[in-house]
Design a protein. Structure first.
Length: 327
């Protein structure tokens, strides 16, 4: 039901490469950092729940750590301190500070000095650290701190592009009023679900929902109230399906839901849940009374999505006409 993210903040980039990120450019930036600081090692380190992974390591023989190595999340390393505090860290002589007594970078690998700054994802979550390490004691002045901050901005600019791209993608596939998939977004995600069902021999059902006499709601109560009805129906659909199901607004007052079927009567149960959700809102008088017509079909995995949508739409129209005939 939800949109997938362009950037997965809890997955290592090296394991999930992104075309919007230039690892080659990042490598040059880390190499430049180490060169300008005359340091034996420079790094871009990513943090996830799995630990700390060296995404980029400066390309020097003096650097003991290569890209790809992972340090467990509970290990007392400098980068962990930055991620926990969200602040830059400068340790000029670590061996004399008891808080680093259990740091393997100091007592196993022989590092004495560390300077690092936090790097953030576009959503504000910590990506990890950008840092230099030295085997000898250092005395970096403010100019060096400004330098590492400036180089860090280059890395964050690339990460921010992921945020911009995600926003643009969301605008392209999301209905702005109801904050669910629009027609394009639904079609893309539904096609993925159908392909998955074809591989796993799963069963899918398709519901087509239309608000009865929606024009009169707008005419009597105004378009603002009409918008609230649309939003309520979208929210109700979201509450009545699983997180992995796909819902969307096809336009106007027409909505669709592609759902995984585990039991023969799943579609009927979802229809009943939708009706109950609508009734509860109108009973509380927070919205004008409204009703929907719902058509449904079991998805034939041999047919294309548009054919299935057309079948579900026709089933909905038959049910709507049946209401009119009775009245």
């Amino acid at each position: 039901m939800t949109h997938s993210s362009v950037f997965e903040t809890d997955k290592f980039l090296l394991d999930n490469p992104n075309d919007l990120i230039s690892i080659e450019k990042w490598q040059k930036t880390v190499n430049l950092l180490a060169k300008l600081f005359d340091a034996p090692a420079g790094f871009l380190v990513q943090h996830t729940s799995s630990g700390f992974q060296v995404t980029i390591a400066s390309e020097q023989e003096s650097n003991p750590y290569s890209a790809g190595i992972v340090i467990e999340p509970e290990v007392n390393i400098f980068c962990r301190k930055i991620v926990e505090t969200g602040e830059e860290l400068y340790v000029s002589n670590a061996p004399i500070d008891p808080c680093w007594d259990s740091n393997p970078e100091v007592h196993k690998d022989g590092f004495t000095s560390y300077l690092g700054v936090p790097v953030f994802w576009p959503n504000g979550k910590a990506f990890g650290t950008f840092c230099v390490m030295d085997y000898k004691q250092t005395d970096y002045q403010e100019t060096y701190l400004e330098l590492i901050r400036h180089l860090k901005d280059i890395l964050e600019a690339d990460l921010s592009m992921l945020g911009v791209y995600e926003q643009m993608l969301k605008l392209a596939i999301t209905d702005p009023l109801c904050d669910i998939n629009n027609r394009r977004g639904f079609s893309v995600l539904a096609e993925q679900r159908i392909k998955l069902a074809q591989r796993t021999q799963g069963r899918l059902g398709l519901l087509y929902i239309d608000i009865d006499d929606f024009k009169s709601i707008n005419d009597i109560h105004g378009h603002n109230v009409g918008d609230e009805v649309l939003q309520h129906l979208a929210n109700t659909l979201g509450e009545c399906v699983r997180h992995t199901d796909v819902i969307g607004r096809m336009g106007g007052d027409e909505f669709v839901a592609l759902v995984v079927m585990e039991q023969e009567d799943d579609l009927i149960k979802i229809e009943q849940s939708i009706m109950q959700g609508i009734a509860s809102a109108t009973e509380s008088r927070s919205l004008p009374e409204y009703a929907v017509s719902i058509g449904h079909v079991t998805v034939d995995l041999k047919l294309d999505l548009m054919s299935m949508l057309d079948s579900a739409d026709k089933d909905m129209l038959i049910r709507k006409q049946g209401k009119l005939d009775i009245s």
